[in-house]
Ligand binder design. Structure first.
Ligand code: NDP
Length: 284
């Protein structure tokens, strides 16, 4: 007879708001699919209680957790250390227990690059990325570490755009420049990969469009969107109509989860199971 074990291993998420975050559905689908007695608890944590929540997770022996808006930077002071790219990015979305320590990692950009590699290898490629917030920082740092040849950051605020460009030029091997976004942007003909890392197009503002000249998109470009709700954004639709290869935001969401689960469990989970779960939620 097997020794009974009623103690599941705990993981989860700290964010605010939390109700709209679909991560719990895709992670628990992976746990079930792989027969893991693990749970993922979606928690709404207000900023003043973030430290208490982290200490509580440690006290309860959690294997790790995700942090989302507004905790990705604030959580760092409550952790015991950072992984290499999280240190460069200056933000954390995945916390991993290693021994008694909680170590901060950032899987947003790694997840994006993993999804992108199914379409194109970023090594040596010319990238144009819209946005300079947390998602843009994570994605552009990982693209740079993956060997992207050049990165043009397009942002409406000069300060945050320049900060990201300086970070990329100072701490990664890529060559970065700023294009201020104060008029319609035509994508240069020699661009290989175009990425929306702004919040433009996120539900409920689904008709909001990037101020980008769609005619400048060519079929040999890959167009990626970080927005996962809805997955088929205006940008993805326009790019498809121009004959471009596209990558939707579910690819990034699924793969950042796959990498996070690998950190926690050591197991390579099936990305297709997680993607199907999200498609069941977003394509109803
Ligand atoms: P931030 O608030 O840190 O940054 C938002 C960025 O969008 C800034 O660069 C901001 O420019 C720009 N922006 C917002 N509205 C406009 C506008 N109307 N015109 C021009 N620029 C605009 O957010 P995050 O970087 O954390 O997240 C961005 C998006 O990425 C979110 O919608 C989120 O859903 C998505 N995301 C997706 C993930 C996935 O797994 N698929 C993972 C993480 C994020 P400015 O600097 O001028 O304010």
């Amino acid at each position: 007879m097997m020794e009974p074990n009623f103690l599941s291993t705990l993981t989860g998420s700290f964010a605010m708001p939390a109700a709209e975050n679909p991560t719990v559905a895709m992670v628990e689908a992976a746990y079930r699919h792989h027969g893991l007695d693990w749970r993922y608890i979606n928690c709404e944590v207000a900023p003043p209680f973030l430290g208490d929540a982290v200490r509580g997770a440690k006290a309860m022996g959690w294997a790790g957790f995700n942090c989302s808006i507004p905790h990705k930077v604030a959580v760092i002071e409550h952790l015991d250390g950072l992984g290499q790219s999280a240190e460069i990015i200056g933000a954390v979305n995945t916390i991993v227990r290693r021994g008694e320590a909680f170590i901060g990692e950032n899987t947003d950009g790694k997840g994006f690059v993993q999804a992108l590699r199914e379409v194109v290898d970023p090594r040596g490629k010319s990238v144009m990325i819209f946005g300079a917030g947390g998602a843009a920082r994570a994605v552009s740092v990982e693209l740079a570490l993956a060997g992207a040849g050049s990165i043009t950051v397009v942002n409406r605020s000069r300060d945050s755009g320049q900060t990201l460009v300086d970070l990329l030029n100072g701490k990664t091997p890529t060559c970065a420049e700023l294009r201020l976004w104060n008029d319609t942007v035509a994508v240069p003909r020699d661009t290989d990969i175009v990425i929306n890392a702004t919040s433009i197009g996120l539900y409920p503002n689904v008709d909001q469009r990037l101020d980008l000249d769609v005619e400048s998109l060519h079929p040999d470009m890959v167009i990626a969107d970080g927005i996962h709700n809805p997955p088929r954004t205006q940008l993805i639709r326009s790019a498809e109509a121009r004959g471009c290869r596209v990558l939707d935001g579910l690819g990034m969401l699924v793969n950042q989860g796959v990498i996070g689960i690998k950190y926690w469990t050591g197991i390579d989970v099936d990305a297709a199971v997680m993607r199907r779960t999200l498609e069941g939620i977003f394509y109803v």
